[in-house]
Design a protein around this ligand. Structure first.
Ligand SMILES: Nc1ncnc2c1ncn2[C@@H]1O[C@H](COP(=O)(O)OP(=O)(O)OP(=O)(O)O)[C@@H](O)[C@H]1O
Ligand SMILES: [Mg+2]
Length: 343
């Protein structure tokens, strides 16, 4: 796809750039943001992971990109640019063109996104009819090819199936077929495999990997799974309680995490050769939005916390090598953390 009128498409510019993104509840005057000051980018063809425990703001961050936030919350500050377009200020029509067109989406629960009363063929064809103005017969033919591309056997015959006639893994393939129907540049996938059993998870990831390679697709992948991150992604954004704790190239995260929350997450992953009983679980839990501490949000759970430094708000700081951290101790060189892999 080429840039439309009034748009700038610059190969050197990141495909997606999120800067200072802050999301809050409009009624909660004086409340800190559910997501606050999150900054990252996704370059063309790159895969970036958003990780962190439940409630850290991963879904809100990814939903904000396409203007799909729940009604109760809003973007209070920041900017989101996709391929030369400012997504927070562009017209709704432009956002609708981008959503399902150059940006595809896949969510955790395929059944909550698929329409139970429409055949899967019509659902995929509808995306092409809407975005490309194709006639139903042409769009259905394309839908058959897309189903086959995502690994659904007897694709032509499956066009007439309803979602409930398919397994969870097949439904997720249908969602992916709809997401890539208009040749997107970016796929946003929010825990696309979490609801599936382990073998099917691996198959879906394999499919995403193939599509990434074949379509030169950039991916923003929300996941809980550090194995998936290591395997699939180039960069990682580690989120904690609405803040970006760390941003780093994937390999550096495992060698040398630069935030105590990242190193705690790494330590919590079971590893081959390590007895199951020694699995570390991070003590405590993510605070809920109204109860964020005033200083570092991770401070109450952090084994490296030092009162006079960590009880003050921490700045998101660039520390070289394209990395950022929101830990003042790491940023000042006062704290070095060990990874789980020797570099
Ligand atoms: N509609 C809403 N109204 C109020 N608060 C919300 C709403 N949606 C999310 N939140 C709050 O925003 C925070 C971040 O939620 P989000 O869904 O982004 O977390 P997440 O990192 O995706 O978690 P999970 O891993 O469980 O999917 C949570 O504290 C959540 O309770
Ligand atoms: Mg989520």
């Amino acid at each position: 796809m080429t840039a439309g009128p009034g748009q700038r498409s610059d190969a050197a510019e990141p495909l997606l750039s999120v800067e200072g993104l802050t999301i809050d509840l409009p009624g909660g005057v004086g409340q800190p943001g559910l997501v606050e000051d999150v900054t990252f980018e996704v370059r063309r063809g790159q895969a970036v992971a958003l990780i962190g425990e439940s409630g850290c703001g991963k879904s809100l961050t990814s939903m904000a990109i396409l203007g799909l936030l729940p009604a109760a919350v809003r973007v209070a500050a920041g900017s989101i640019r996709f391929d030369g377009v400012d997504l927070l200020t562009c017209r709704r029509r432009e956002l609708r063109r981008i959503r399902g067109g150059p940006v595809g989406m896949v969510f955790q629960e395929p059944m909550s996104s698929l329409n139970p009363t429409m055949t899967v063929g019509d659902q995929i064809a509808e995306v092409r009819r809407l975005h490309l103005g194709e006639r139903r017969s042409v769009a259905l033919k394309q839908a058959g090819q897309l189903l086959s591309r995502v690994g659904i056997p007897n694709a032509e015959r499956r066009l007439g199936s309803y979602p409930h006639e398919m397994s969870g893994g097949m439904q997720q393939r249908v969602m992916i077929a709809a997401a890539i129907a208009c040749d997107p540049k970016l796929l946003i996938a929010d825990e696309p495999t979490t609801a599936l059993d382990v073998t099917i998870q691996a198959e879906i990831l394999e499919l995403l990997r193939d599509l990434r390679r074949d379509l030169d697709l950039a991916v923003l992948l929300v996941t809980h799974d550090l194995g998936v991150v290591a395997d699939f992604c180039d960069d990682v954004v580690v989120m904690y309680a609405g803040h970006m704790a760390e941003r780093t190239p994937v390999d550096r995260l495992f060698y040398e995490p630069r935030h105590p929350y990242s190193s705690a997450l790494l330590a919590a992953v079971p590893q081959a050769g390590r007895a199951r009983t020694s699995l570390t679980v991070i003590p405590g839990r993510v605070p809920s939005a109204g109860q964020f501490p005033g200083g570092c949000r991770f401070e109450p759970r952090c084994e490296h916390s030092v009162d006079d430094v960590c009880r003050r708000p921490q700045a998101d700081t660039t520390i070289g090598d394209g990395r950022r951290t929101r830990c003042g101790r790491v940023a000042s060189g006062d704290l070095t953390l060990k990874g789980t892999v020797r570099g």
